[in-house]
Design a protein around this ligand. Structure first.
Ligand SMILES: Cc1cc2nc3c(=O)[nH]c(=O)nc-3n(C[C@H](O)[C@H](O)[C@H](O)COP(=O)(O)OP(=O)(O)OC[C@H]3O[C@@H](n4cnc5c(N)ncnc54)[C@H](O)[C@@H]3O)c2cc1C
Length: 364
């Protein structure tokens, strides 16, 4: 397989930021994953696995090692007639390099429910289990049947059930205790043929009502289309020429807080904080998720705020964008981090909560 030298990484990221990778390769098969990782190991070279580059911030100095872009393609579909306690399902076996949004579109077209609210999220299939991608009330954790990955320690392939992936809000074993250990090559999703779409979030319900009228029963495709419209209105859909989507999506995770902390936030802000359920895992029992965007606004920042060539999206307080001096990009990673630090410090000073970054830092 071809090893390029000094490949600029900015074009491989949605931020459009990042210096060169010392080496760069694309793996189109499991054999090439094995080959490239062996190449790096034999030379003592650091390895970073890249998908669609939609959740990374690459340093201005780049990455002094091998960046391996996962480009495995292919989707197989099988029917599962159901076992005890589980209804019939369609199992989609998708290669890690498949474009996520294209995959969602395909499943919606097939009439299979389970990921319709995850339409419009950039990146690859292989990136979805890593941070347990979620939006508008759905998370991939709920539909992942199995993840196949190459174990860089054991030099062998392994398969994990959803329970073995350690999923929680924006978390899995792949971005926590086993960060950097596995290269995901395939994900199996268990979807429901003929299932009803999920319409849990108010934003989404309003978008459906606006286009179809109150009390309508939208199809999967109508819900997926509404999700894309809502995302676009917030600059959270990749649209050519839209400066607000030159980002990594949400830059901070929504903090999960105890009821006591929620009261303290309310007392400090003099307002009732908005909140969402924190999830059903044991760790989050009795806790709630507070929108980081709200905390950031309460700490004095607003949409469109700029600091040098980095800024806050003009449509969504949670997205930091590569604005550039003329709105056409050109911010450095250092500028994005300086803005992120200022925001996190201000929220901490006001509420005593340290916001956690969502994107993965590469080469820092
Ligand atoms: C406009 C916009 C909107 C977004 N909206 C959402 C949203 O609503 N919800 C949400 O959850 N996320 C959202 N994101 C973040 C991002 O799209 C997802 O996290 C996505 O799944 C990342 O996939 P990727 O292939 O681009 O991964 P990358 O950005 O390339 O990599 C991210 C991390 O995953 C690892 N990784 C990627 N592929 C593999 C693999 N095959 N094996 C092992 N590790 C791998 C990388 O090493 C890195 O640590 C958004 C991003 C943008 C730019």
């Amino acid at each position: 397989m071809a090893m390029k030298e000094s490949q600029m990484l900015a074009p491989f990221t949605t931020f459009g930021i990042g210096g060169p990778a010392r080496w760069f390769a694309e793996a189109a098969s499991e054999d090439e994953i094995v080959e490239a990782s062996a190449w790096a190991r034999e030379r003592g070279v650091a390895l970073f696995v890249l998908g669609g580059g939609s959740n990374v911030l690459v340093s201005d100095a780049g990455f002094d090692g091998l960046v391996l872009r996962v480009a495995l393609r292919g989707i197989d579909v099988a029917e599962d007639s159901g076992q005890a306690g589980r209804g019939g399902a369609t199992i989609y076996r998708a290669a890690a390099g498949e474009d996520w949004d294209g995959f969602v579109e395909r499943t919606v077209r097939d009439g299979c429910a389970g990921i319709e609210c995850l339409a419009g999220i950039p990146g690859t299939v292989g990136g979805t289990p890593v941070q347990n991608v979620g939006a508008y009330g759905q998370e991939v954790a709920a539909v992942i049947e199995r993840v196949r990955a190459f174990d860089l320690e054991q030099r062998a392939f392994a398969e994990f059930t959803a329970a073995e992936c350690g999923f929680a809000y924006r978390r899995s074993r792949f971005n926590a205790e086993d960060r950097g250990r596995y290269i995901v090559t395939r994900v199996d999703y268990r979807l429901t043929p003929g299932g009803a779409p999920m319409l849990r979030y108010a934003d989404l319900q309003r978008a459906i009502e606006a286009s179809m009228g109150a009390g309508s029963e939208p199809s999967l495709a109508e819900v997926a289309a509404a999700v894309r419209r809502v995302r676009q209105s917030k600059g959270m859909l990749l649209v050519e020429g839209d400066a607000d989507c030159r980002s990594a999506g949400s830059f901070f995770k929504n903090p999960v807080v105890s009821k006591e902390l929620l009261k303290a936030i309310a007392a400090r802000s003099g307002k009732e904080p908005p909140r969402f359920p924190a999830g059903t895992d044991a760790e989050n029992q009795g806790r709630v998720k507070v929108p980081a965007a709200w905390l950031i606004e309460q700490a004095g920042f607003s949409k469109g705020f700029a600091m040098g060539a980095a800024g806050i999206s003009s449509r969504h307080t949670l997205a930091l964008v590569n604005r550039g001096p003329d709105g056409r990009g050109g911010a450095t990673a250092a500028e994005i981090l300086a803005l992120a630090g200022r925001i996190a410090d201000s929220v901490e000073a006001r509420f005593g909560i340290r916001l956690e970054m969502e994107p993965v830092l590469v080469g820092f």
